[in-house]
Design a protein around this ligand. Structure first.
Ligand code: BGC
Length: 414
């Protein structure tokens, strides 16, 4: 038996420890195979600090459903501690006065010197950090099944002309050329890669970042829309409503030849035990090898009342930027670390290419924010343009000119 004094000291010690431990409720939409593994790494990181993880997963690729649920929770005064919020939406949430200032963590951990300025600026509101970034996803990728391409005698395309040549060959070989999920955000993901490949980075920036009316109503935009719509001819009839990871599974199994999707798709290939360069290939979406559409996932921190939970929230923010977490999380997620100067020796060639292109395109001016993934424009304009893009994709009647006019009007919404 412990002497009484020692026993009570132990109890006091335990209680003090317990008072430090908090709970962090984390809203995210990482529910696919690869995503869930990455989310598990986040959970383990928090638990290793002695805190409790409360999972708040809202299924739905691209996060549209998650954002709807988040709004209702915050409106009813019951915000989670952390939520996956990205790009300009961070500023919108911060302007509502609901986000916490985590500058103390950022200063102690030297985030300003560890993050590319293009990322750090987005994580700050009025100069203060309000969110912690986890990764850099590249959106302009083309995923292909080499065995399917071999069977079809096709070559992985590097521009849009070659894309349709390869698609025809895959079709002739009885393979679905393009694995697609007909959900608005997936249509929009395809659209932005076509816009970048057909129009180039300068056009992309003018039209889809600056929302310049001249660029939105231009012959280049007509060409983008026509090319985009043509891709649909190479998707299958079961595409409507399909989740993105099920589309990826079609490429994994060789039922489909290729998929246009961000590198969270790589997380699915990896989770299925597939090897890059052998079982699947990653290459820039046609015509976009010299550009990079970035999509940075980040966790916004909400204002909390409980001191213990604030401590847990700050521990989470600090852990997210640690080299250990950045490595394990991104190996599973398919993205690259957002923290600069990381050792990438455990990463595959897709990630290494992504990292090189991220740096190169930042220098050349062809690093552009993804509009489909909430990086480029305010959420209202993004949603309105996305809706028109999907209407056009799904309509048998709407012409490219009509779509162009509607997109230009949608771009004025804020
Ligand atoms: C997110 C990714 C996620 C993907 C599919 C994107 O918007 O940035 O983290 O994996 O949607 O759900």
């Amino acid at each position: 038996m412990l002497p009484v004094a020692l026993a009570s000291a132990v109890v006091v010690g335990l209680t003090a420890g317990a008072a430090q431990a908090g709970e962090v409720e984390v809203l995210h939409w990482w529910t696919s195979g690869g995503e869930a593994k990455a989310a598990a790494a986040l959970k383990a990181t928090l638990q290793a600090k002695g805190h409790t993880w409360k999972d708040f997963a809202v299924a739905g690729g691209g996060g549209d459903s998650a954002m709807t649920v988040l709004k209702s929770r915050v409106v009813s005064g019951n915000a989670p501690a952390a939520a996956q919020i990205k790009g300009p939406s961070l500023q919108e949430w911060a302007a509502e006065g609901v986000l916490a200032n985590i500058d103390d963590v950022a200063k102690a951990e030297k985030w300003d010197s560890l993050l590319p300025p293009v990322v750090a600026n987005v994580m700050k509101y009025k100069g203060n950090y309000i969110a912690a970034p986890v990764n850099v996803h590249r959106v302009n990728w083309l995923w292909a099944n080499p065995a399917a391409f071999k069977k079809a005698g096709a070559k992985v395309p590097t521009n849009w002309d070659e894309f349709f040549v390869a698609a025809d060959k895959l079709k002739a070989a009885g393979i679905i050329p393009v694995a697609h999920g007909g959900q608005n955000w997936q249509d929009f993901t395809t659209f932005e890669s076509v816009a970048l490949g057909v129009g180039g980075a300068d056009f992309y920036k003018k039209a889809l970042v600056q929302l310049d009316q001249g660029a939105l109503k231009s012959p280049t935009m007509t060409k983008v829309l026509t090319t985009f719509k043509k891709v649909k001819d190479y998707t299958d009839k079961n595409a409507p409503g399909r989740d993105w990871n099920l589309a990826t599974a079609m490429v994994i199994k060789g039922e489909a030849g290729m998929q246009l999707m961000g590198d969270w798709a790589k997380g699915e290939f990896i989770a299925a035990g597939k090897v890059p360069g052998k079982d699947f290939s990653c290459s820039a979406a046609p015509g976009t090898a010299k550009s990079f559409t970035f999509n940075v996932d980040s966790f916004a921190m909400f204002k909390l009342k409980s001191e213990a939970n604030v401590k847990a929230q700050k521990d989470l923010a600090a852990a997210i930027m640690s080299t250990e977490f950045q490595e394990i999380f991104n190996l599973n997620k398919g993205s690259i670390p957002v923290r600069l100067n990381m050792d990438l020796s455990k990463f595959d060639d897709c990630a290494k290419l992504s990292s090189k292109d991220f740096v190169d395109t930042a220098k050349s001016g062809s690093l552009v924010p993804s509009i489909a993934h909430g990086m480029a424009v305010p959420s209202a304009a993004q949603g309105a343009i996305q809706d028109v893009v999907s209407q056009f994709w799904n309509s048998d009647k709407m012409t490219a000119t009509e779509a162009m006019d509607k997109i230009a009007s949608a771009a004025k919404i804020h």
